[in-house]
Every structure is written in structure tokens, then in C-alpha cells.
Design a protein around this ligand. Structure first.
Ligand code: 26Q
Length: 808
């Protein structure tokens, strides 16, 4: 096997050589994109060398493997993190420097794969990085969307969605694995056949789609492991129906091609919201079936046909219910393709599949119409019905009553719908929540009856983020400062960040920390100037809320508070406050009307302040266009305050909260999701907690007598801010444009924005004062970084492995 060196000189030669061979250019004539390609494919060569060696070893391994199935992997750009994980950053940087090229600029040429909406997809990407870095054998599996999440433009004060054609210029990181192409079948009808006295089920008159895998290497940090992220692309089985093509029926042949390819065409842009679209169901089955066919093929290659061994040799982890069809599909493959009986197949499945839940919002729970399931996947539907029959029989037995009302709530098919979460809970060996609070809510509420039935299945493992991307990669200044202060042991063992704690008493360290924050603000504000032609004042405190736009995340609470500040400034000529820049980053689902209204309101507030000289002295509101992984990497290191405002009980965990904390921002948050654990880590003196607790919220829902109007009447500041939504202050050219927000808050307010406003506003007063006390604030910021190590996804993955997977 040829081995190549990747020292500085070889890297330079490789880049120049590639430019010559592939582009016929010298460095001086090459475009940034060509230089990016030459650089990235040099890094790829280095990874490939490791990948080959790792795969050779892996081929003969009998270790247990993880298949992590997720409909989203929000990986972000790969180049920088790959170089980091190869421990080659210095070599590449110096090589680029000696070639006279700005490394930071070239890195930004890489198109970002936007193969996810938000938290769930980004978590899957952090997990892949940690799995490889801990040398655990795992394959991530998903769909190779031709179009990822839309790019967001702001035009006329509103969101406009632009298609994200991320593959336009090719993707250097992927390689097709044609040997694993397989077929996925839809439609048709099931026939039974008697073979040697056994009943066999055969699908007839179905149509097939071909699944083509593309593999991306995931290199672990400073180790031999290179795992795989496999993305499946759909194409027509007949790569082009030659007969109809030759007979002149060109358009029919093309049509077939398009029909199949549409399955992997585009990522659905809904986050935490379910819509029963048939194409979406097709997508879910497509990558789940393809993945399981491959997993079984690999199992047989390694262990033959002793399928009882399967639970010891692989775990199928399903990231929320979206890949839940793995359950009936594995049953189908084991019974119809491998000839096992129901009991054996179901014994295996119930020991192989593990499930993580990511939301308790009822509108996000996945349910499919039975009719749709029956006609699209008739054999899968049959299996679901049989699973349901057996589950209900067992429950009736347990409750000693076949009509116990709990059974309908726990059934897999009921009231004409297939209830995916019930399927996953009933048939997985593990059900876990993503923070301690979320785990409790699953047990006490969402899956209460299942919890009583099988309590041992349930666990809670708090989410994490990879500190390699979210500190070492995105915040060079802080990384170097930490290394120079406590050494670099925290890189392998992030909880060693605790060693920073004593330095919060060291004035020199505090000043160095402040200097890094200031540089990050300047860097971010330069980026804004280039991308959006907006001037952000780096002397202002940076107050950031960046996450998907959702009513439950309560961007409205933040917006109303800014209006209140605006009024204090305008109504009192002597008023003064700590100058603050409020930065929002948020995409709204294209069909989510309320979210789009809220986005308009934020931009309207920004414009109002821009045209009011006195307000501008203290306030700035910036809407950061197209919030995505790369934007987050520039934004988060610059933040002073992190806004985590969800109605308690609604945000399963949150992971942005962890990224801000790690980069030295202080949290303003409710006792929700992982905020609770952040508070535990830093202590109440180093976080701003406000608002109702989850138990109060749920009793308010139960009692159903909440009256936002009462709060409106009793709080004059709030009343004025609300009135300004519709009186032409915000929208002079169209005062009625935002009236639905006004009405919703006043007459319904399902997420208790008005209820929590007073408490929020008080907490913000404390922030305003504390920020003035530079020493106090810096101590808080440092404490946050120092206590963030536990939120590394390395810790999360170790816990998954100890409690659920038992890999290796
Ligand atoms: C399901 C079926 C049909 C259509 C859409 C969906 C769907 C798609 C995406 C349902 C949910 C999602 C995304 C959920 C999500 O991102 N949840 C977040 O997961 C994070 C990681 O665990 C948590 O930190 C967040 O609290 C949670 O909101």
C-alpha cells in the first residue's frame, strides 16, 4: 500500500500539482474555488490513507457495531474539522501561508451540507465526531438530499426561501459505494404461498427504486478510527428504459427517472412539526430499508446465518421515530427473506433496536394514516397490524381487562392512524430522553403507561456537543488562551476545563479572556459587514438568540422586551442603560405562518431602532440572515448573553445553550431542558433563571383558566409594547400586518409569553447592572467555559455506550 507523507512541503506540492493537473492553472491564476478543491482533496488523500487501513482492520473485526439512523445529519463544513482531527492544522496552515493564501478565506469556499433542520440533525453530526474520536465502530445512515435546508434571504422585511443546491460544484468528501446498491419496493399487494407447509408472504406488482450509497469518511481526533457517514440517493431501477428510449418514447423514460429520484430530492423544512405527506413516508422507508438490507448483508458476511447472534453484533439506533420503520422492516427481512418465524424475528428485533425521543410537543409526534401505510407499504402494514395485535393482547392480559382505556393510548394502530412513537417504545430495548427533565416528562407523562409496564427500558442521557468543532475549531483565540493557561489535557478530557476555575480570580487572565471576546466580536461584525452590509458595534454587549423560529422557543418574549427598553429610552430623556446589540438568527418553516409573523416583527423592531437616533445610542437589533452551522461558528464565540427562553417543559434539551456556554456566554434561561443542568454546573450565581417551572406550566394547562388579558391590564409597559404592534409604531406603512401576533398573545398565548414577561424583564435588569461590573461579568463568563466540559458529546456517547450500546 502506498503511503504518502503530509508534511508542510508535501502539502504545498500536492496543492500545486492538483491545480496543474485538474485545472491547468498555476496558483496565481486559480480561483478560490479551485484552490479550495486542491486543498480539500489533499486533505481527502490523507484521510483516505487512514480509511483504507481502518477498513482493512474492520473487515475482520467481530466487534459489535452501531448503525445510527437519522433523517438528518447537519454536519456543517468538513475541511477544518478534518484537519483538526488529523492533528495537521499547523502543517496545512503553514503550507497555505507560504503559498501566500489566506486559509480562513479558502475554508469558506466549501458549500455547507445543510442536511438537517436544527437540533436533532446537529446532534447526529456531533455524535459521529465523538463516536470516531472514542474509536467506537459506527455507521451513520441518512438520505443524500440533493437540496438541503433552504437558504434564507430577507427581502422587504420578510423571509424568502432560496433552494440550496449544495452539490452543484461536486462534493470532494463522498465516494459512491456501488457494490452496495440495493432496491426498495413500494406499492403492490401481498400474496401468500404455501412452501413445504409454511406460509410465505410475497409482494406482487410493486414498483422499485434503486438506493445508491455515498460514503463520507468521519475521522476521529488523533486516532486510527475513520467511520462512515452513508447517504442514500434514489434513482430509477432501469437507469434509463432503453426500449422506450429507442422507440422514441424519450419523455416517458425520463419521467420514470424523475419519479424515482424525487425521493431524495429535498429535505423537508419542518422542525418539530409533523405533516402526513406521502413523499415523506417514502423517504423514511427508503433510507431505513436500504440501511437494514446493507446491515444484514454485512452481518451475514461476518457471522453467517446465525441470526440469534444479531443483537450481540449490532445496534440499530433510531434518532426519533422517523426511522421507526426499521422495526417492521427488520421483521420483514428476517421472516420473508431469511425464513425465520415470527417469534424468532421479534425476539431479535426487540433486542436490536434502541430509540431516542427528541420532543414532547404533540404536533411533532409522528402518526401516519393507516390507508396511506397500507397502500404504500402493504407488507410492512401487515406486520404493523400483527405487532399491534400482539401488543394489545399482552396489555389486555396485564391489565386483566381487554377494554382498559389505557390500551388505545398505547396501541400502534388506533383510530385509523399508525402511532410511530408507540411502535418504537413497544419494540425497542431502550427508550431515552435527551436531558434529565425531558426523561422525567417521558416517564411521567408522554409514555407514562408504557413506563409502568416496562420501567427498565427508560433512561435519560443528556445531549452534548463536540468541543472539537464548537470550541477548538470555531474559537481559536479562546482555545489558545486555554492551552497557554492550563495546557491541552482538556482536548482529550474536556472536563479538565474545570482547571480554569482558579483563573477567574486572576486579573491578567480575565483581561486576556475579555480580549479574546472582543476580537471575536470584531471578527463577527466584519463578517456581517461583508455579508449583509450591517455595521454592528463591537463595543455593545452582544445578546444572542439563535435557533429555529418557533412559538415555544419564545423569540417573542425577547422582542417584546426590546420594545419595552425602547419605550423607556424614548419616554425618559435621562434614561440610560448598558448599550446592547440584540442578534437574532432563525429560519422559519416556509409554511409556519406565526413563525413568519414573528420574524417580520423582529425585523420591524430593527428598522424602528435604526431610524430613531436616540434609541440607537443604546440599542441595536440585527437579524442575521441564513442562520446555519457556519454562521453559528462565527456568531457563538462573539456572544456575551445566550437567550434560552422556551416555555418550561417544551424544549427537550437544547444544544445551542451548551455551545454558547462553552464559548463564555452567560445563559438567560428558563428551567427547561439542559438549562436545568447548566444551572447545576455553574451555580445560580452564574446564570439568569426566570419564569415558571415545568410543573407549574403543566398545571396551568390542566386548569385551563389562564388569562393573558389580566396581565395586559395590570402591566402598563407590556400594554404599551403590545399596542405598538398594531398602532403603526412598528409597521407605519401597514399597521395591520402583525395583528395576528397581537390577537394571539392577548386572547390565547399558548406559550405563556405574557405570564413570564415580568420575571424575564426583572432578570434582564440584573444583566444590565451586572455587565457594568466588568470583573463580575468576566468571572461569570469564565465560570461558564470552565464548567462546560460535561456537555461534550464525548461524555454523552460514553454514557450511551455504557447504558445502551455496549459496542466494541
Ligand atoms: C417528523 C415527522 C414528519 C415530519 C417532520 C418530523 C420532524 C422533523 C424534525 C419532527 C421533529 C424534528 C426535529 C426535532 C428536533 O430538532 N428536536 C430537537 O432535538 C434536539 C436534540 O435532541 C433537542 O436538543 C431539542 O430540544 C429538540 O427540540
Amino acid at each position: 500500500m502506498p503511503t504518502t507523507q503530509f508534511d508542510k512541503e508535501s502539502i504545498k506540492q500536492s496543492i500545486l500539482g492538483k491545480l496543474q493537473r485538474y485545472n491547468g492553472r498555476t496558483l496565481a491564476d486559480a480561483t478560490d474555488q479551485q484552490i479550495y478543491n486542491a486543498l480539500a482533496s489533499t486533505v481527502r488523500d490523507q484521510i483516505m490513507q487512514k480509511w483504507v487501513a481502518y477498513r482493512e482492520k474492520d473487515k475482520h473485526s467481530t466487534a459489535k457495531r452501531l448503525y445510527y439512523l437519522s433523517v438528518e445529519f447537519l454536519t456543517g463544513r468538513a475541511l477544518h474539522c478534518n484537519v483538526l482531527n488529523l492533528c495537521s492544522e499547523d502543517a496545512y496552515r503553514q503550507a497555505m501561508e507560504e503559498l501566500g493564501i489566506d486559509w480562513r478565506r479558502i475554508i469558506q469556499e466549501e458549500p455547507e451540507p445543510g442536511l438537517g433542520n436544527g437540533g436533532l440533525g446537529r446532534l447526529a453530526a456531533c455524535f459521529m465526531d465523538s463516536l470516531a474520536s472514542l474509536s467506537l465502530p459506527a455507521m451513520g445512515c441518512t438520505i443524500r438530499y440533493e437540496y438541503g435546508l433552504f437558504r434564507q434571504k430577507i427581502l422587504g422585511g420578510q423571509q424568502v426561501e432560496v433552494p440550496d443546491n449544495w452539490l452543484e460544484n461536486g462534493n470532494v468528501w463522498e465516494v459512491p459505494a456501488m457494490e452496495d446498491v440495493c432496491q426498495v419496493n413500494y406499492g403492490g399487494r401481498v400474496e401468500t404461498e404455501e412452501v413445504f407447509g409454511k406460509t410465505r408472504y410475497v409482494l406482487r406488482d410493486y414498483y422499485s427504486v434503486e438506493a445508491v450509497p455515498y460514503d463520507m469518511p468521519v475521522a476521529g481526533y488523533d486516532c486510527e478510527t475513520v467511520n462512515t457517514l452513508r447517504t442514500w440517493r434514489a434513482r430509477s431501477v432501469k437507469s434509463m428504459d432503453l426500449r422506450s428510449f429507442n422507440s422514441g418514447d424519450y419523455s416517458r423514460a425520463m419521467h420514470e427517472q424523475e419519479l424515482a429520484a424525487v425521493i431524495s430530492k429535498v429535505l423537508y423544512p419542518e422542525d418539530n412539526h409533523y405533516e402526513g405527506k406521502e413523499l415523506r413516508l417514502k423517504q423514511h422507508y427508503f433510507f431505513t430499508s436500504a440501511t437494514l438490507q446493507y446491515a444484514l448483508k454485512d452481518f451475514k458476511r461476518r457471522f453467517g446465518r446465525d441470526f440469534r447472534k444479531l443483537p450481540d453484533k449490532m445496534t440499530i439506533h433510531i434518532n426519533d421515530t422517523h426511522p421507526g420503520l426499521a422495526i417492521p422492516e427488520l421483521m420483514r427481512l428476517l421472516m420473508d427473506e431469511e425464513g425465520l418465524g415470527w417469534d424468532e424475528a421479534s425476539w431479535i428485533v426487540q433486542r436490536t433496536v434502541a430509540y431516542t425521543n427528541h420532543t414532547v410537543m404533540s404536533e411533532a409526534l409522528e402518526k401516519w394514516p393507516e390507508d396511506m401505510m397500507r397502500s404504500l407499504l402493504p407488507r410492512i402494514y401487515m406486520i404493523l397490524e400483527e405487532i399491534n395485535r400482539r401488543v394489545c393482547a399482552r396489555l389486555a392480559d396485564h391489565y386483566m381487562n381487554g377494554t382498559d382505556p389505557r390500551i388505545a393510548g398505547m396501541a400502534i394502530t388506533a383510530y385509523g392512524q399508525v402511532h410511530m412513537a408507540n411502535l418504537c417504545v413497544a419494540m425497542s430495548y431502550s427508550v431515552n430522553g435527551v436531558s434529565q427533565l425531558h426523561g422525567d416528562i417521558l416517564k411521567q407523562d408522554t409514555f407514562h403507561d408504557y413506563y409502568e409496564f416496562t420501567p427498565k427500558k427508560f433512561s435519560a442521557i443528556t445531549n452534548g456537543i463536540t468541543h472539537r468543532r464548537w470550541l477548538m475549531g470555531c474559537n481559536e483565540g479562546l482555545r489558545d488562551l486555554i492551552n497557554n493557561t492550563i495546557g491541552d489535557a482538556w482536548v482529550r478530557d474536556p472536563e479538565r476545563l474545570q482547571d480554569l476555575l482558579p483563573y477567574r480570580d486572576d486579573p491578567a487572565f480575565r483581561e486576556a479572556f475579555a480580549k479574546v471576546k472582543r476580537q471575536n466580536k470584531v471578527y463577527f461584525s466584519n463578517r456581517l459587514a461583508v455579508h449583509q452590509n450591517v455595521r454592528l458595534n463591537p463595543d455593545f454587549m452582544m445578546d444572542v438568540q439563535a435557533k429555529r423560529l418557533h412559538e415555544y422557543k419564545r423569540q417573542l418574549l425577547n422582542a417584546l422586551h426590546i420594545m419595552v427598553l425602547y419605550n423607556r429610552i424614548m419616554d425618559d430623556p435621562h434614561f440610560t442603560m448598558t448599550p446592547r446589540a440584540f442578534v437574532f438568527g432563525a429560519k422559519a418553516s416556509p409554511g409556519y405562518y406565526m413563525a413568519k409573523q414573528i420574524l417580520r416583527m423582529i425585523i420591524a423592531i430593527s428598522n424602528l431602532i435604526e431610524r430613531t437616533p436616540r434609541a440607537k445610542e443604546f440599542l441595536q437589533v440585527v437579524f442575521l440572515e441564513n442562520y446555519c452551522v457556519s454562521a453559528a461558528e462565527a456568531l457563538i464565540p462573539a456572544a456575551d448573553l445566550s437567550e434560552q427562553l422556551s416555555t418550561a417543559g417544551k424544549e427537550a434539551s437544547g444544544t445551542g445553550n451548551m455551545k454558547f456556554m462553552m464559548n463564555g456566554a452567560v445563559t438567560m434561561g428558563t428551567m427547561d431542558g439542559a438549562n436545568v443542568e447548566i444551572a447545576q454546573q455553574v451555580g445560580m450565581d452564574n446564570i439568569y433563571i426566570f419564569g415558571m417551572r415545568a410543573d407549574t406550566v403543566s398545571s396551568m394547562y390542566r386548569e385551563g383558566n389562564y388569562s393573558p388579558m389580566h396581565i395586559y391590564e395590570s402591566n402598563s409597559e407590556l400594554r404599551k409594547a403590545l399596542t405598538q404592534i398594531i398602532d403603526g409604531t412598528l409597521m407605519p406603512e401597514n399597521p395591520a400586518a402583525l395583528q395576528d401576533i397581537y390577537h394571539n398573545l392577548l386572547f390565547s398565548d399558548p406559550y405563556f409569553v405574557l405570564k413570564d414577561f415580568g420575571s424575564y424583564s426583572m432578570a434582564q435588569r440584573r444583566v444590565n447592572n451586572d455587565y457594568q461590573d466588568r470583573e463580575k461579568w468576566l468571572r461569570m463568563a469564565i465560570t461558564n467555559t470552565a464548567c462546560s466540559g460535561i456537555f461534550s458529546s464525548d461524555r454523552t456517547i460514553r454514557e450511551y455506550n455504557e447504558k445502551i450500546w455496549h459496542l466494541g
